[in-house]
Design a protein around this ligand. Sequence first.
Ligand code: SF4
Length: 366
Amino acid sequence: QNSRLELNFGREILKMLPSLAGAAARRLGRTPVIMEVCGTHTMAIARSGLKSVLAGCIELRSGPGCPVCVTDQRDIDRIVALANLPGIAIATFGDMLRVPGTGSSLELERARGACVEIFYSPLEAVAYAARNPGKEVVFLGVGFETTAPAIALSIAAAAGQKLPNYTVLSLHKLVPPVMETLLSDPELTVDGFILPGHVSTITGRKAFDFISLKYGRPAVVTGFEEIDILQSVCLLLKQISEGSARTVNGYKRLVREEGNKKAKEILAEYFKPADAFWRGFGLVPQSGLAIKEKYSRFDASAKFALDTPETQPPKGCACGDILKGKLTAPDCPLFARACTPSSPAGPCMVSSEGACAAYYHYEWSE
Ligand code: SF4
């Protein structure tokens, strides 16, 4: 019965879409531009075929919501350098393996003999460290508010077992601060935002209120079903057509106003906000998570010398502008030529949530 209700609801939304888009376009004098901030939405939209349903009604842009993609080139180089230190075992989620740094990647270094282990959970890495006392296990903390609590719990587990050989390289990023940076850009032409549902389960809806209150743009916290995304687009178009701006919770079945109190407490115990470098954005104040001093023995950046020179992204790579919503994948001169999933030049083609990978797999044909 539920799926029938959803089907009818979906049909109703699809009927409303063209007139809402027309009204929004009349108000703006052009096609409305909507950003899906989160890489999971980018993939969901591409995989489901929603892009072609929405084409003609809105222009979609991807945003800075793929954690692998926004990891700065210099941090990739630091990781590669770390993998080559004697006795180090890099523990990581699989997505990081093929991200190209300036001269190498973890995948290449593994082929040359570096120890790089892939885990689905940071707790598996803690167990690996316990089984391998002769190795210094460094877990790569790459992710947003959603991933960080599980990595904090891995520090708790390592502390509980008094493990001397488990550390975390915290490259975590926080979504609200980068949205501030994005919205402060006078060249930004985005009219409304599809906000990440899973990040919002931790932060709460209120954490994104500034998008409408301070910057006058509508935003909708959105789930990951097609129906969630369609509903969210309609809610945005309605606001654009009325000239109103609110940050709406379109994912009430999981997202609360204040977020997840328990997860926030865990984060506050182990991490503190810190300035962080984002690919395409540079230094974004207070947009990362550093490990607190009292857990510094689990902090890889405190334990190992990791300095690497400043780097430039590959010549022609447009990942930075794609993450800022200024370009789309086919605008990059390297797309499908010097950059493909089997031979990626930038992270947006490697990550399972990358905008270029989504376009390549689901929209592009030779
Ligand atoms: Fe970067 Fe490759 Fe995408 Fe170009 S096609 S923006 S090089 S990932």
